[in-house]
Design a protein around this ligand. Sequence first.
Ligand code: KG4
Ligand code: ZN
Length: 352
Amino acid sequence: MSVILGIETSCDECSASVLHHEGERLNPLSVVTFSQIELHQPFGGVVPEVASRNHLEQIEPVIFEALDRAKVEIADLDAIAVTNRPGLIGALLVGVTAAKAMAYARHKPLVPVHHLEGHLMSAFLQSEKHDPKRIQFPAVFLMVSGGHTHLHHIESAPEGWSPTLLRDSLIGRSIDDAAGEAFDKTAKILGYPYPGGRWIDEASKGGDPKAFELPRGLKQKDSFDFSFSGLKTAVLLLAKRLEQEKTLDAAIPDLCASIQEAILDPLIQKTLLLARQKKAKSIVVVGGVAANSRLRARLAAESPVPVIVPDLRYCTDNAAMIAAAGAIRFSQGQGLAPSGFLKLNAFAIAEH
Ligand code: KG4
Ligand code: ZN
């Protein structure tokens, strides 16, 4: 049994969570997240310096609120877990420095966590709506967030994961924009506020997904990689043409439905193909784009095996998934003592 504090500041969410880990159960006792979306909205995307400065203001109240809500004292914590890669470097440094200071002052082990391991781990968080036991192995994990689009082949529950699981299980990824980024950039072209994914989802309802022909990147059957960068250029040119013809407003539902389909087709085709190849017993979708209503409806209809989406509050960036990844690593003896963690660094890129 252990009680872990998780801290997440890799992008525009400042989040802390207290999690109870016992046996196979990863049970969040509290999750407190300060979302910076409104701060970045006027700029149409995340401004790294604005993000870092706001994390600096929010980190302490967010951590103490998470402890309060869980009714847990710092003394009760067994370890502190913090995202140290990948992400915006200034933002990451705020979380890492806060975690180090707290762990050092209160003699707690520190567990550095890879943000994407956290996203995979979000599927194993217990909640009223989601029982992780539904996940049968081998499983295919589609990780679709604002920053990453990954396909993973996962063969066991987290207790059996090796320290290199994230790398070893990776089958395909986007070679340019992430799926969420494709939603956000095309939504921006159409004038929607950041982040635009949910607006495209909304506006697509009632639209014809075949109305406009838009490119699908990396269509070849033997590749599990994705490419979404061609889509935004195509949408830009199409939107300009429709505007000149004064038909853009009327075309919005059809256009949004067509954009959405151009993003979802490769995600769904490759996920189902991998699931068939690996004889997967379940498909799990994690990351913010898992909120997309058509992605979930299509996968559920087209997949021969159960499709599982964790509680949506754990799909977008949050510290419960970081605490969970930290709890597993801590249970495997990977907590760092001050002699190891004072030199701990943060890294912007995923390969670290
Ligand atoms: O996982 P997340 O919170 O951020 C990263 O870790 O990057 O995901 C945010 C992404 C954004 O790109 C947002 O537009 C997208 O998830 N998103 C959606 C929907 N809701 C959020 N995309 C499509 N349809 C939605 N309903
Ligand atoms: Zn994320």
